[in-house]
Design a protein around this ligand. Structure first.
Ligand code: PYC
Length: 310
């Protein structure tokens, strides 16, 4: 299997160029569901140890259904497929440019949640116009074990998020273990309270916000990802959910810039335009860098050929 690795604002992406499963030619949501139902061994083997680690997001290239798209893509982690992934879209654009498959300029990628516009501004800088994002519930209070009541908004930016405006813990790199424990407890609190996204969807990402360290940034965040890893980048879909909340609260006007800082200090520049269905159409700009090209080998006798899954 041939893969190209990159990181976007510190968050890793592994693009599967050759050797992934053939998911047929149906609509992308059906192919994504098939990946999750039938090929989780493949997903885990690509992203988990011993070939990877739990922060890696995989990107399986698939033929698009639309002729105007440069590629179709299904993002996945060690547990499931992801509807969209902002950092991985930036990483994918830079990877395709590295492979000379796309050039500087505007492109479209088809994802299971819709087509996203990708503008490759230079070999490392990409602006992504995401699918329309929206707030689903405002000011939801849940009880969190060992902490007490925590209030946040439920919003969708291509994935489901619970967004807490004022983190109960300092957003410092030295606190990553405590922040991970806290957000896992918040996610359990949401589950115990029966708080979900639309149609009972699992809220698999939790986002905490606080003051930035970098003076030019507007905010800093910590993002828990579905598999329990934290996002090193400011999280493209999480930023989209944040923009939806800022817009609805009247705190950010269409086109007004917002700089979001991640827990490792990397930043995305973003803004939004009003969407057609009452939400926002986010634009997120960030940088990615290719880190390696590799052939993954799966020896039949290797007891961990499908990843270490404890
Ligand atoms: O950038 O959207 C994102 C993302 C989701 C999970 C990890 N990164």
């Amino acid at each position: 299997m041939r893969v190209v690795d990159s990181h976007t604002a510190g968050e890793p992406t592994r693009v599967v160029i050759e050797g992934g499963p053939d998911l047929g030619s149906g609509p992308l949501p059906e192919r994504a569901a098939r990946l999750e139902a039938e090929y989780m061994d493949f997903c885990a083997s690509v992203v988990l140890e011993p070939r990877g680690h739990d922060a890696i997001i995989g990107a399986l290239l698939v033929p698009p259904t639309r002729e105007d798209c440069a590629t179709g893509v299904i993002y996945f982690n060690n547990l499931q497929n992801l509807g969209m992934c902002g950092h991985a879209t930036i990483g994918l654009a830079v990877t395709l440019a590295h492979l000379n498959r796309i050039g500087i300029g505007a492109h479209k990628f088809e994802t299971p949640v819709g087509v996203v516009d990708v503008d490759l501004l230079d070999p490392n800088t990409v602006s992504v116009t995401n699918v329309e994002s929206y707030r689903y519930a405002k000011g939801v209070t849940i009880e969190v074990e060992g902490i007490g009541p925590v209030t946040g908004d439920v919003a969708w930016g291509g994935n489901w998020f619970f967004l807490v405006k004022e983190s109960p813990l300092a957003l410092a790199g030295s606190n990553i273990r405590a922040l991970t424990d806290l957000t896992l407890k918040i996610r359990s609190g949401l589950e115990s309270a029966g708080v979900t996204g639309a149609d009972g969807a699992w809220i698999d990402h939790v986002e905490l916000f606080g003051s930035p360290v970098e003076p030019t940034a507007n905010s800093r965040n910590f993002v828990l990802c579905p598999g329990g890893a934290y996002d090193r980048s400011p999280c493209g879909t999480g930023c989209s959910a944040k923009l939806a909340c800022l817009a609805e609260d009247g705190l950010l006007a269409p086109g007004e810039p917002w700089r979001q800082e991640s827990i490792v200090g990397s930043t995305y520049d973003m803004s939004y335009q009003p969407g057609q269905n009452g939400g926002v159409v986010p634009q997120v700009r960030g940088q990615a860098f290719v880190t390696s090209e590799a052939h993954l080998i799966f020896e039949p006798g290797d007891p961990y050929r499908s990843g270490i899954r404890l």
